[in-house]
Ligand binder design. Sequence first.
Ligand code: ATP
Length: 823
Amino acid sequence: SYIAPFAMADPSKEKMRLAVLTSGGDSAGMNAVVRAVVKAAILKGCETWIVREGYEGLVRGNAEGHRHVSDKGICVSHKDVHFHEETFLHHLRYGDGELLRDGTGDHPGGRTLKGRYIVRVGWDDVRGWFAEGGTLIGTARSVAFRTREGRLTAAQNMIKEGIDALVVCGGDGSLTGADVFRSEWPKLVTELQSTGRITEEEAQKHAHLKIVGLVGSIDNDMSMTDLTIGAPTALHRICESIDNINSTAYSHSRAFVLEVMGRHCGWLALMASVSSGADFIFIPENPPDAEKWEDSMCKMIQSHRDVGKRKTIVIVAEGAVDSNLKPIRAEYVKDVLTNRLGLDSRVTTLGHTQRGGKPCAFDRIMPTLQGVEAVNALLEATPDTPSYMIGIRENKITRVPLMEAVEMTRQVSVAIAEKNFPKAMSLRDPEFSESLEGFFATSILESEPKLPHHLRMRVAIMHVGAPAGGMNAATRAAVRYCIRQGHKPFAVHNGFLGLLEDNVHQLSWLGVDNWMTRGGSELGTNRKLPDIDLGAVAAKFQQHNFHALLLIGGFEAFSALQILDVGRKYYPAFNIPLVHLPATISNNVPLTEFSLGSDTSLNALVDACDAIKQSASASRNRVFVVETQGGKCGYIATMGALAVGACMVYTPERGMNLDMLRNDVKFLKRRYGLDAKGKSEGRLVIRYSILRLVFSGYNRNSSTYVRNEIASEVYTTDVITKMFKEEEGRCLTLVLHLWAHTARWHSLSDGPCASGAPLAEVHELHRAPPRAVDQAVLPNSASASRIGGRHYDPRIDSEMGARAGDGGACGHEEPKREAFVVG
Ligand code: ATP
């Protein structure tokens, strides 16, 4: 956003002419792809086109007389920035696409997209596309492109427009089409030349096609990438729907059977089940036994009802089958629940609501990063390099050979068709089976715990630091997992202070049932560390006979763990498994890429900024300075800036100085100077009045800065505000919008978002190997302070150590285990 409008292409180099299209089923985030590709390509000195209606638009091309639109004045080139007389967005929103289909009417402004499918676009054409769901440039399933004749025409249309590189965003079908097109390209060019449809010069210039694919699919069904564009947003939609259903299900004590999308892939169903705490799940990769799934489902749901659960949620993937590949329909599941268990059951098919709505933060950030990488891949492509698919692996943007990924994806369907379900599961990401295991661990209520008596522990769970979305979901998962294994989970309320006040109680399987959706901290939390009185804390560990401690929190929890770890030298009561599960909106805990709550916080920021942008439409030339939380970490500010399309971001890591601010002010003045050029020609005024009436939310002349709360102690938000105000020249009216507590408020009041609580960390508790007690140094009991009438008693530790060393038979005598830290 920052540099690109002024980027200059190297004039000595031939410009790459690049087109981007969206194909197959639409998904949230496709607009962010188009935006990123267009902007990144302009930045790198390319010329950019969009192709409307997917491959169909490539086949239809531009009607005679509409070619080379950039030469006909639709695009006004201002250096490398192209401002349209009538913005492209404007055309689309006025429904020119519809006019085009039924062949009637024309746009009142006189310029329409009629007859034009391959349209030259510039920087500002894609401005503000982040917040739009679906795909603004249209998508289609093109029968014509499946034929060779269709692809021949598509090649001709591209060559006539001078396009030599293509970015395709779609599912596996679209990416297959891209690969077919590229491999056929040389022959298509030869044929076009031999039949006189293109000139020899054109044939030579376009001898090779460069193609790159991005995976836009809500199903997350593509192999060799961890996530597909649109899947996170679809999951958000499903979770929102389930949250709504939960309350009515609870009120009437009903059972709801929800059908979610996923013809060949159960990712949405699985993640929705984990995120929403469903009771039972049907996915194609792990089908239930055809002979007895009705029995096992009823048994499991009855066991939940027996402990007092009032609501039942069963999630069925669209493509769910049994082990004989017989489809499992939601309607049938409902009948089984009604007839066998006597439950008042309903079916809800979420359908296309899952595709709709504006993209979540991750579906803005990931497509942006992938779009930039796609342009890089095209610029580096040679006739010998394979066509790449841009994916994401372990949070890094990757390039993988497109056909390899498509082929691996196909193998999943083949494995399911051959009833080789273990293979189908193994072909999915490792995360898939881990999530399934996690779902079982938190939803199955065992009649008999898994572990023998002598391995069962009393596990303390404590929240430390500030609240963050996902803390309760993680606690729920830990509690359920503990109970399943045979451990006893204890809530320590209000952190270490609560422990010293004996604010401890045992948690039950049902008691945490609804915690998935609750924001904040159900246990209560504060920033106090155990060094307020380490001896007293150790005494409380003894008193409550804790054998393990799970700390959920941010940097304070991390520090608390370090203090306890050091304290082991003096207090063997701490020689138990100690685990930290990072949860903080700042995402500043070392050694982990994500902390719980940071995703929810980003989404809260995105919502707030979307609203701010809408308010910008009320008046022009506003600069918004948005202050985020994040302490000494610029994570929220940086990722937030990426997700909302801010023009600048100030973070503590980069710091701030006067030169930086001066340059930023200069930048803004130049930027608005470009806008004013159009305005002085009497164009923008009309558009603004129309846009403001019809599309509140789009305003070219508003900019957003995102600033971290302590980016600088000198250049505070207030100082920045005043500096910009001082620059009255180009109407830089500053509207200071302090956002400081929105994220925190959201994480307190809203439920966590879909990417709630990973279960892997919780599993670590169980993996601690038993170890003999380290009896090395015991502290002087006099140094232990007296809290609640109780001293730390070194004899208890010695005694326990002796018993553990003896291999005694008491259920709790093996609490001394190798200490380790997660996070
Ligand atoms: P979704 O996952 O949402 O279904 P998709 O990209 O897999 O998306 P498809 O309908 O399979 O959706 O493919 C989209 C378009 O890609 C098709 O309409 C067709 O134009 C083109 N396409 C698919 N497969 C091929 C192929 N083998 N050869 C040429 N074109 C293809």
